[in-house]
Design a protein around this ligand. Structure first.
Ligand code: HEC
Ligand code: HEC
Ligand code: HEC
Ligand code: HEC
Ligand code: HEC
Length: 231
């Protein structure tokens, strides 16, 4: 059994039941791939604190780059959420931008309150893999040329972020088997409008990039072995 069930799986509540099934567990392994509920949480979009945060205004209309706020996304496995001081740089009491309409003043008051009280804003998390998926590195994917668009959708047109993709195991593996379909030049990964146009064109056989050449951006072939993601 130790070969079929590596150590990490001890954390799975289902293990006991499957162990009891003995040989049937091998069949169940195949079943998991299909049984993983790929679309379970698509659309999930919890109400955020204060007046929330509008990506359509900031990343869309104002054209701010994702990395202005998610500054670690290319440098670390975890994407960071910006601190209050990042927001306060524009929305603080004495700032000139944005143009000070009283409506906006009211909507950003929660930022000033948090800043004055030295508190953080408790943004509610949207994308979350189960704990037994130990390894999901943002940095590696972005360096390889996988755009935020492929995993988070067209965030530039989201007034409120929602989960766009299923994030199930089959979803990860589908791309790992055929990564070339999703790859874009490294310097375009946060240019979500360009990427959307390119991937749409590619689907019609009219893409402008050489997908085979883009495979050269990979450090290694995307892993399909259990331990790579579960450890
Ligand atoms: C001005 C700062 C700012 C910019 C620019 C920005 N974001 Fe965000 N982002 C936030 C904040 C604050 C949150 C947390 C609140 C929320 O979920 O809406 C967030 C949340 C997210 C989430 C959801 C995280 C979770 O909880 O799962 C994703 C995905 C995301 N951003 C992607 C992007 C992408 C892609 C871009 C570039 C197109 C971008 N962001 C640009 C500030 C920013
Ligand atoms: C580079 C400057 C800049 C930064 C940084 C910034 N904003 Fe804004 N924000 C703006 C501008 C410009 C507007 C549009 C104001 C208007 O239309 O009156 C705006 C509008 C808003 C509004 C009002 C939205 C609405 O529905 O009208 C909220 C709320 C807001 N921002 C929250 C945030 C939060 C939270 C952060 C930090 C994660 C942040 N902003 C970071 C420039 C910025
Ligand atoms: C290959 C798919 C993929 C790509 C590409 C990707 N993400 Fe993610 N992102 C995820 C997954 C999966 C999670 C949940 C991770 C977890 O739970 O450990 C996530 C989580 C996040 C979070 C929430 C982090 C937190 O701690 O609350 C933010 C913010 C985020 N991503 C922003 C981005 C931005 C910005 C980009 C592009 C620059 C990007 N992501 C590219 C798949 C991706
Ligand atoms: C849209 C395509 C795509 C999706 C979706 C995707 N990946 Fe990947 N992943 C890649 C590519 C391409 C690489 C190869 C990166 C390299 O080695 O340069 C990779 C590599 C990895 C690696 C190896 C990292 C390393 O250090 O070598 C892990 C682990 C991984 N992915 C986990 C995941 C998980 C978990 C998911 C699902 C939640 C996921 N990936 C979804 C494209 C994707
Ligand atoms: C590319 C990354 C990746 C690889 C490789 C991978 N998994 Fe997974 N696995 C995931 C993700 C992501 C989930 C979480 C799915 C979800 O949230 O429903 C998962 C879920 C699971 C689950 C729980 C399923 C459920 O329905 O709750 C089991 C068991 C599992 N994987 C076993 C395996 C085995 C055995 C292998 C090797 C044959 C493997 N995984 C290879 C990413 C991966």
């Amino acid at each position: 059994m130790s070969v079929i069930f590596p150590k990490w799986m001890n954390a799975l509540p289902t293990l006991g039941a499957l162990g009891a099934m003995g040989g049937a567990a091998v069949v169940a392994l195949g079943g998991w791939y299909w049984a993983t509920p790929d679309f379970f949480e698509v659309g999930y979009s919890p109400v955020q604190p204060g007046s929330g945060f509008d990506h359509q205004i900031h990343a869309g209309k104002l054209g701010m780059d994702c990395r202005y706020c998610h500054s670690n996304v290319e440098k670390s496995p975890e994407a960071n959420i910006p601190s209050v001081s990042t927001c306060n740089a524009c929305h603080g009491e004495n700032r000139v931008s944005p143009a000070r309409s009283s409506a906006t003043d009211e909507k950003v008051q929660f930022i000033r309150d948090a800043y004055d009280e030295d508190k953080s804003i408790e943004w509610r998390r949207i994308h979350k893999l189960p704990d037994y998926v130990r390894n999901f590195p943002h940095d590696v994917h972005l360096t390889a040329g996988v755009s935020c668009l492929s995993c988070h959708g067209q965030v530039k047109s989201m007034p409120q972020v929602y989960q766009d993709q299923g994030l199930g195991m089959g979803w990860c593996l589908d791309c790992h088997r055929h990564p070339e379909a999703a790859l874009v030049p490294q310097d375009k990964v946060t240019d979500l409008l360009w990427v959307e146009g390119e991937l749409n064109a590619r689907a019609k056989g009219q893409g402008t990039t050489d997908t085979q050449a883009l495979l050269g951006q990979l450090w290694d072939a995307p892993p399909q072995t259990c331990g790579a993601c579960h450890q």
